[in-house]
Design a protein around this ligand. Sequence first.
Ligand code: PLP
Length: 367
Amino acid sequence: MKKNVLSARKCLQAVVPYQPGKPIEEVQRELGLKDVIKLASNENPLGPSAKAMRAAEKAVAAAAMYPDGSCYRLRHALAKFYDWNPEGIILGSGSNELLLLLGQAFLNPGDEVLTSQMSFAVYPAVAQLAEARFVATPMREFTFDLKALSKAVTDRTKIIFIANPNNPTGTMVSPTELEKFVRRVPASCLLVLDEAYYEYTDPLWRPDSLSWVLRQPNVAVLRTFSKAYGLAGMRVGYGLVSPEVAHAVERVRAPFNVNHIAQEAAMAALADSLHVKRSVALARREREWLTVHLGKYGFEAVPSQTNFVFANVPRGTGQTWFAELMKHGVIIRPMPGPYVRITLGTRDQNERLIEAIKAIQNSSFNV
Ligand SMILES: Cc1ncc(COP(=O)(O)O)c(C=O)c1O
């Protein structure tokens, strides 16, 4: 007789739970360290804008009420900011939720989800949760290879994810190459341009992605308040999409997916362009400084357009460097093989990282 046991959906067997950066408190507890810094989750070292903090504090007073499920005011603030139809804006608990919602809204079992290897860890889960096939083409020089991606498109391809800039490598694709790629995407396939790090990029490398959404309703652009706006803990991401895509997402979205405090903080953050400017300037300055100083200790950083750098370690593996740096109170993100990903901190934090690397290099420990 068949045993009556509870089993989760079969497709979950393939899903690897998302591994967040190691929390500061966990390292303090485990290693008995007091002073720990985290350069592991691409957060903004300047924190949120003071205006966003004040808006959040004020919003707590309404915590007994359900939030505005349609995010009316935030949606209209974004519409004004981008000169965009409010009907073509989707909001989520981080752009992470939007990635999952797009999967739920568009994928049928057996469809294909196409992206590149060494890209954002959530993309495979989007496919697996929908019983779709995950297809990832190799990178070229740590960058999405659009030719390889083009060749891998089949009539089963339903969603293509392009992280531009890419996480974890920090690279961008050329805007002209991307435009050619976008024009060739079949109308039946949703192309998601994941632009979580958009604000940090060199303006000359920025694609004209919003005009492509207007031209092709199967193109979606995702951005977030988690990075340059410094609100990762509030969880607000948004998509600039066609009304067709927005209507589909509306059907799978939980009723109050962005809370009231987050909505108010995001609105205030959007209006504080000076804070974004400062955050971007800090990242640009520290990117140069850290690249040079990492180089002195044999770490080769891939040129980045983001608030983090991806680097090849001089010996050992990413994992061994992660473990050693943790003993010095510095949390970075290990990557498979000889790679690490390091979020750009303040100058003090980055100097602390370099000091720790120096100490490890000078120690007898064989990393
Ligand atoms: C490429 C990319 N997309 C999406 C996200 C999700 O960000 P959030 O959910 O905080 O908006 C991240 C976060 O690190 C990312 O790197």
